[in-house]
Ligand binder design. Sequence first.
Ligand code: NI
Length: 167
Amino acid sequence: MAVLEIQTGDVPILRQKAKPVKHVDDNVLRLIEDMFETMAAACGIGLAAPQIGVPKRIIVADISQHFPDCPPVALINPLITEASGEELGEEGCLSLPGLRGIVRRASSVTVHALLPNGEEAELSGNHLMARVLQHEIDHLNGILFIDLLKPEDQILLEQEEAKEASN
Ligand code: NI
């Protein structure tokens, strides 16, 4: 296992469409292990292969620090097959250090993917997990969260926060 360098800024690898994985072989499994280790070392809750310079459709996510019942996942060739609801949430990105923003995302998603054991699976996520899955799958399509920021959403959440603060 190895901690790999995370690509940062507006570099080409973060802006290209990643390629589907044809076979889950030892190289892919090693890459997934390295992605988990790199994500943990950076205190992240999600990481996509392009972020470590590999243009393949692989993501990992681990929100168990916030939700202990939610196990870490590694998804190969993930595809969102259902999305519903809408919510605002604050996001950052390991590839955009220092930047945070309010992003409007579906509150529930179902993802079809290949698992590291070679089996196909449907996985559903709500709220934070849904957000991480959408954020990481966006990375596979060259999309960064800063592309999705809308001024009206920033204002909306500020109002929400002000309301909560006054309760
Ligand atoms: Ni990111």
